[in-house]
Design a protein. Structure first.
Length: 79
């Protein structure tokens, strides 16, 4: 992720230096957008993974919560 953010910063520098070349500026802007979306997707996946690990611990533990949430545990195991 840090490499992507570094690349975005470098492209922003290139973008500022390419004011005379509209074609190059458009290409750089396109890559900035693509890399920014990639960073957002990685952040979202990391967040989902963190939540999944917490939920998985609840449904896979042996104990009272497993018994109290029997139906939910069965549904979770299917996922």
């Amino acid at each position: 992720k840090n490499d992507l953010e570094d690349s975005i910063m470098q492209l922003q520098g290139i973008s500022a230096a390419t004011r005379g070349s509209e074609t190059l500026a458009e290409e750089v802007a396109s890559w900035i957008d693509k890399l920014s979306v990639t960073v957002e997707v990685i952040d979202s996946w990391a967040h989902v993974q963190s939540i999944w690990m917490q939920v998985e611990a609840v449904f896979t533990s042996q104990g009272h919560s497993n018994e109290a949430l029997a139906a939910e545990t069965k549904r979770f195991q299917k996922v």
